[in-house]
Design a protein around this ligand. Structure first.
Ligand SMILES: [Zn+2]
Length: 329
């Protein structure tokens, strides 16, 4: 949630990144869990908000030469079409990030598609011993698109949204620079096709501060009895993970298929999205992975739509052929 109103002159930076991955089975000098991806490209476009519109100002693009994962991962090569020799052409991560920070300048909101980029950026900053606070709000445009596209809770690709708005496809997808440009065009369309007040409200309520830990997880003990496994994580949902205040229920917990959902409220920290998911370990015992996080607008819709489904179909949920992506949220 933004703690300031969006006024004329407010700047947004829409960005995207590509990263290379460690190759399975290959030996590295580092603990690969401290660097799950090494950023190889940052692309961005800056917009300024004026009088209900957003206006494109300038764009940014940097290729980064990796120093740890120096040969391109098969999967990354397939998706981005980058080759090993492309990786040689870039600048250092530190240089690229400093340029990017200068490009961001006084912009107050960073916008991406999906919620993985800020965490990856912070991980790289930390790995290279740089300040890993981003000092800027982050907005995941993907759920905002779904909200205005009338399909709350669904996860769609940049290309889907580009087609949805009939945006001309002049470049390929999956380069950070072209995906940032496309994401910017989607952002423009969201403003063009909807009421300004509603768009601003969606942005304000969905933006998060990526420097504040907003998600807390807990894994319960395994049990032969699934009901016991669920009871084992009960205490985790009683108190606010930040200030320890007693949480009150806004949407009482309910179970649908293998997951439990609830919406809680802390008087200091607002609404919390809560989900318990039953999983099986190697011995066939059930254990429960629990999440509490400061609710974004998308989380709120997720719980509300699951509750609607539960009220209609009960614990088994709506009969369907395959699990939907929405549960991954
Ligand atoms: Zn609290």
């Amino acid at each position: 949630m933004l703690n300031f109103p969006i006024k004329d002159g407010a700047e947004f930076v829409v960005f995207d990144m590509e990263w290379n991955q460690p190759i399975y089975g290959k030996e590295y000098d580092i603990d690969v869990s401290t660097l799950t991806g090494e950023i190889i490209e940052i692309g961005a476009v800056k917009y300024v908000y004026e009088n209900g519109h957003i206006i494109k100002m300038k764009s940014f693009s940097r290729d980064i030469k990796p120093v740890v994962y120096t040969s391109i991962h098969y999967h990354v090569k397939k998706v981005t079409n980058k080759t090993n020799s492309d990786l040689q052409r870039g600048v250092s991560f530190a240089r690229a990030y400093n340029d990017f920070a200068n490009f961001i300048g006084s912009a107050q909101i960073l916008i991406g598609w999906g919620n993985s980029d800020p965490a990856m950026l912070k991980q790289n900053l930390k790995f290279f011993d740089m300040d890993d606070d981003l000092h800027i709000y982050f907005l995941d445009l993907q759920p905002v698109f779904s909200l205005f596209g009338g399909e709350r809770g669904r996860q769609r690709s940049v290309e889907f949204a580009v087609d949805y708005y009939g945006i001309t496809k002049s470049n390929g997808f999956h380069s950070a620079t072209s995906d940032a440009i496309y994401t910017g065009k989607i952002f423009e369309k969201i403003f063009e096709c909807n009421k300004t007040a509603q768009v601003l409200s969606a942005i304000s309520s969905s933006a998060i501060d990526p420097d504040v830990v907003s998600e807390y997880t807990f894994v319960g003990s395994p049990s032969k009895d699934p009901a016991k496994a669920f009871e084992g994580v009960d205490a985790f949902w009683k108190k606010c993970p930040i200030c320890d205040s007693t949480l009150s229920e806004k949407i009482p917990r309910f179970r649908i298929r293998k997951s439990e959902y609830a919406l809680f409220y802390c008087r200091n920290h607002g609404e919390f999205f809560a989900r318990n998911r039953a999983k099986k370990n190697r011995d066939g015992d059930t254990y429960v992975a629990s999440v509490l996080r400061i609710a974004t607008q998308n989380d709120y819709y997720l719980v509300a739509s699951k509750k609607e489904e539960f009220d209609k179909f009960g614990i088994e949920g709506e009969p369907k052929e395959k699990e939907e992506n929405t549960e991954e949220n």
